[in-house]
Design a protein around this ligand. Structure first.
Ligand code: SAH
Length: 254
């Protein structure tokens, strides 16, 4: 019987893959991968590795979760090393937990290979530290996906007093989220950053405020991360510092 590895591929920059992820990818006989993984990551696979795309298109699952679960069990019966490759970390809004439970229930050996989550690495690449002494001593990572029907909705009131909020999957509902946060008691002038396609060559940062996002939201394309909090003000300082460091390095090596 085979073993399934639930692997985090990091946020996009292939250099943010872990050594363990590279090893299990290079040993895989079958890889079932999602949309948000950087394509370069698949270059580590063996030439004869079976690559199966199971990602979402425009919010719709190409293959329902139940089918993915069954595919994992099926391939575990036909192959030795199966990699389920997900963007960021498999246990941060990646449904990795559900897959792990399913595998356990079906007696399939599995291992989790944590990945660098977009939740903190994308803000970092944009020059935003999630915590900062004297400015932010707590952060929360929240889904901005409006869960309907049976699924539980996010209780935005619970986030009134957490210093930094990181919202994933929130682009579509950004206006609604900003309104909810102001109602929850957050200061309307609080800065907000959206970072599109973080850690890739197409990374783009848009800075705004809660008030503006609530009334006239800026143009933002998914995938993007929304960061709310005073730490966003550090963005320009830190980006400038990083630019300066590059210049010093250039001067030093010249
Ligand atoms: N497991 C993933 C998150 C999956 S949810 C992780 O740990 O990173 C998918 C959401 O993550 C996207 O809607 C977006 O909000 C965010 N995301 C993932 N990669 C991103 C990237 N490179 N740039 C911006 N946002 C990203």
């Amino acid at each position: 019987m085979g073993k399934v590895y639930l692997v985090g591929a990091g946020p996009g920059d292939p250099e943010l893959l872990t050594l363990k992820a590279v090893r299990v990818i290079s040993e895989a006989d079958v890889i079932l991968y999602d949309r948000l993984i950087g394509e370069e990551v698949l270059n580590f696979a063996k030439p004869d590795c079976k690559l199966i795309y199971v990602g979402k298109e425009d919010g719709k699952h190409t293959i329902p979760q139940e089918e993915i679960n069954k595919l994992l069990v099926y391939y575990a019966s036909t192959h030795r090393n199966i990699v389920r490759l997900k963007g960021g970390d498999p246990f941060v809004f990646g449904r990795g937990g559900e897959e792990a439970l399913y595998l356990k229930e079906h007696g399939i050996p599995y291992e989790v290979v944590p990945g660098v989550s977009s939740a903190y690495s994308v803000p970092a690449y944009a020059g935003i530290p999630l915590t900062f002494r004297g400015i932010a001593s707590s952060f929360a990572v929240i889904t901005g996906h409006e869960c309907t029907g049976k699924e539980k909705r996010v209780n935005w009131r619970a986030f009134g007093s957490i210093d930094t909020l990181v919202i994933l999957m929130g682009v579509k509902n950004r206006q609604r989220i900003a309104k909810e946060l102001i109602e929850a008691g957050r200061v309307p002038d609080e800065p907000v950053a959206f970072i599109e396609r973080g850690t890739t060559n197409e990374q783009r940062t848009v800075i705004s405020t809660l008030r503006e996002v609530a009334s006239n939201p800026p143009e933002v394309k998914p995938p993007a991360i929304m960061v709310v909090g005073e730490v966003v003000r550090l963005q320009s300082d830190i980006s400038q510092l990083l630019e300066n460091v590059k210049n010093y390095e250039g001067a030093y090596h010249a």
